[in-house]
Write a protein that binds this ligand. Structure first.
Ligand code: TXA
Ligand code: MG
Length: 341
């Protein structure tokens, strides 16, 4: 169960900015205005803080998050920019444009924030409060819209309070978000394509690049193999391990790796090549923070099958099981246009 927090709210001031940075550094959650909508910020390099963020929003799945940074110099420590991506960043940053780019090997953003993907969404917001917080904190901040999952995006501190009071540490209230609609998201992995329409019109991007840009598409294998626009729920591909995944495992076969949860392992756990425990104490926030790292480590251990112990379908367990189910599903490369490699 989530502890009830005393959510502080303050108008922008140098004291409020320092407090916001301190809360982020301590792994807490801070809602702040951007030019588009209010974001719910967490330290992008701290998987535990990111797990708390998903829990506060009650997201039923680990949708990857946008890393907000102070400027393009910081952004270039996270992701690889090709010439077109640089042109876009130069033209529209700071501003309501998010670029999905190949993640650098040395990128400090945690696996949970990017849902285990090889790509990362990056944006430099254009709002004085957001920029001051990013400058004071000095590290990337992931910030989805500061609403509970399934509700509308917040454009004021009151909206944030209504959804998240008691679930987050601090809100910086600077009145209404000027634009009121989220950033435009472009994929710059391969040919530039539109992933989410938003505050920057598509034509502005097309004018800059001197050509039309398409909506990101996915080949519909189930039907006729024709390319179709990616439906909102399919916007993002899922991290898929090479090894097969066996969910709700209560036994372990020789040669399998075991992804455990909780204090009590299966009786034949000794069969496992390797064992990693998502949370020995059976805590879902800790389990979420470890999920993508541990999947990668076990996948890299050379096993053909990962046995996953049951994870309760409550709180963050819903999102953990959602991702595990996707990882366990049969894969069709053509349905994972954003996937690595
Ligand atoms: O205006 C905005 O962008 C606001 C403010 C707070 O900055 N943020 C925002 O975040 O709208 P969120 O989490 O509500 O939406 C981010 C979208 C999600 O649909 C997610 O799937 C997509 O970005 N996304 C993030 N990383 C991605 C990736 N690596 N590949 C494809 N899509 C990605
Ligand atoms: Mg949102």
């Amino acid at each position: 169960m989530m502890p009830v927090l005393a959510t502080r709210i303050a108008r922008p001031s140098s004291g409020a900015i320092s407090e916001a940075a301190a809360v982020l550094a301590a792994g807490g959650l801070v809602a702040f205005p951007t030019e588009t909508v209010y974001g719910l910020g967490a330290d992008a390099t701290n998987d535990c803080a990111v797990a708390r963020l998903y829990a506060a929003k009650e997201r039923p799945s680990f949708n990857p998050l946008i890393a907000h940074v102070a400027d393009i110099t910081v952004a270039r420590h996270l992701a690889r920019f090709d010439a077109e991506a640089l042109k876009l960043a130069d033209a529209f940053w700071p501003g309501p444009l998010t670029l999905v780019l190949p993640r650098l090997q040395t990128c400090p953003v945690g696996q949970l924030a990017t849902a285990g993907l090889e790509t990362i969404a990056v944006r430099v917001p254009d709002h004085p409060v957001a920029r001051d917080i990013l400058a004071a904190f000095g590290k990337p901040v992931v910030a989805p819209s500061a609403n509970r999952s399934g509700r509308v995006s917040p454009t004021s501190a009151q909206h944030v309070q209504a959804d998240l009071a008691g679930r987050i540490d601090f809100i910086v209230d600077d009145g209404a978000s000027p634009l009121g609609v989220e950033s435009t998201i472009l994929s710059c992995v391969g040919r530039t394509a539109l992933l989410r329409p938003g505050a920057i019109p598509r034509v502005a991007v097309e004018r800059l690049l001197g050509r039309e840009i398409g909506i990101a598409t996915v080949a519909d294998e189930a039907a006729d193999g024709q390319a179709r626009p990616i439906a909102p729920g399919m916007l993002v591909s899922h991290y898929a391990p090479r090894a097969a995944l066996r969910m709700n495992a209560v036994t372990v076969s020789p040669g399998e790796a075991l992804l455990a949860f909780g204090p009590t392992l299966p009786q034949d756990a000794g069969n496992a090549l390797t064992i990693l425990n998502l949370s020995g104490r059976g805590e879902l926030i800790e389990a979420a923070a470890n999920l993508f790292n541990y999947l990668r480590v076990l996948d890299g251990s050379g096993t053909g099958s990962i046995a996953v112990m049951p994870v309760p379908e409550e709180d963050l367990g819903e999102a953990i099981n959602d991702r595990l189910r996707h990882a366990a599903a049969p894969r069709l490369n053509a349905t994972r246009p954003q996937a690595a490699g």
